[in-house]
Design a protein around this ligand. Structure first.
Ligand code: RUB
Length: 309
């Protein structure tokens, strides 16, 4: 039986009331903290079991964003490997969650600082969906006085592009909202494309909102730089041992009312994969790197022994 807080968070993640890879990870960590505070476990074994069950329920909520299992494992691995009493383990869990959240927020800020160095005065930046890491880069550059403009796709079917545009308007950044199918037509106006990531595989391929790979293709054709902004916990350790990133397929009802199209199949994959050949740079809190360096990040973050994860 998982605690109420975990159930509520898992449900909110599944329904996308909590969304965006970074936010999903931090909310899952918060849920583990709430679960720890509510735990009545008297023995260390019982507590670790409870935490494990909570982690499994959270991980099952959305499959494509590796930030979610990475966050859960970061916390549980530390607790599991500590030989402490239940009370001490609970204290350690809370501390580990707080550290994860603090580091994750700092990473977004640092990505903003590093990424902004790649933005020039006058740049037109195209983006897709809504990514906190991307907005950190754009806002930092703007706050540095760079006169930039943003072209944002609406990102059907859930219109996360609207969230991006509202955030840009609030900041006073000039922006243009376009339909997803206008990407190629507007690419000529762009100097750079910056997108976020839900998972980055060992070969440098990036899993992000459906349509990202079309932006990459159009950017490649128009010789526009294609950048990805992502924290290092969005790199996927199991891809090193051959695991494929599962692409989440969401309800057809998000696309259209199936009753109106009886006899037709309606598909709704939430993410797609952009191959490394179409990516110029990945901006992480640790620095800017080509996608081919993904394997080094995975090695540094998770070690080679990922099979036991
Ligand atoms: C969101 C999405 C974002 C990444 C990165 O998809 O694809 O680009 O999650 O976001 P969804 P962030 O809306 O389906 O969750 O930089 O905020 O972690």
């Amino acid at each position: 039986m998982v605690c109420k807080e975990v159930k509520i968070t898992a449900e909110k993640i599944a329904k996308m009331e909590i969304r965006g890879a970074g936010k999903i990870a931090r909310s899952a960590a918060e849920a583990l903290k709430a679960c720890t505070k509510a735990s009545k476990a008297k023995s260390a074994d019982d507590f670790v079991k409870e935490l494990g069950e909570a982690g499994t329920a959270l991980i099952a909520a959305r499959p494509s964003a590796v930030s979610l299992p990475n966050a859960v494992r970061f916390i549980i691995n530390r607790v599991q490997n500590a030989n402490l009493s239940a009370r001490k383990l609970k204290e350690l869990t809370i501390k580990t969650v707080d550290k994860f959240i603090e580091d994750s927020e700092k990473a977004v800020e640092r990505i903003g600082e590093i990424g902004a160095r790649r933005i020039s005065d006058g740049d037109v930046i195209m983006t897709h969906c809504h990514s906190a890491a991307v907005l950190s880069v754009i806002k930092t550059a703007w706050r540095q006085g760079k006169k930039i403009r943003v072209i944002a796709t609406e990102s059907r079917p859930r219109y996360q592009g609207h969230i991006t545009v509202r955030e840009l308007i609030k900041e006073g950044i000039p922006c243009t909202l376009i339909v997803d199918s206008a990407v190629r037509a507007f690419m000529k106006q762009a100097d750079k494309v910056i997108v976020g990531a839900d998972s980055i595989a060992a070969n440098g391929a990036v899993v992000n909102k459906i349509g990202t790979s079309q932006l990459a293709l159009a950017a490649h054709e128009a010789r526009v730089l294609f950048l990805v902004a992502a924290e290092s916990y969005k790199f996927h350790p199991q891809t090193l041992v051959g695991e494929l990133v599962e692409i989440e397929e969401r309800s057809a009802k998000e696309v259209a009312n199936p009753q109106d199209f009886r006899g037709a199949e309606i598909r709704n994959p939430a993410f797609d994969i952009t191959p490394p050949e179409y990516i110029d740079l990945i901006i992480t809190e640790k620095g800017v790197m080509p996608p081919q360096a993904a394997i080094l990040v995975i090695k540094e973050e998770f070690g080679w022994a990922v099979t036991g994860l």
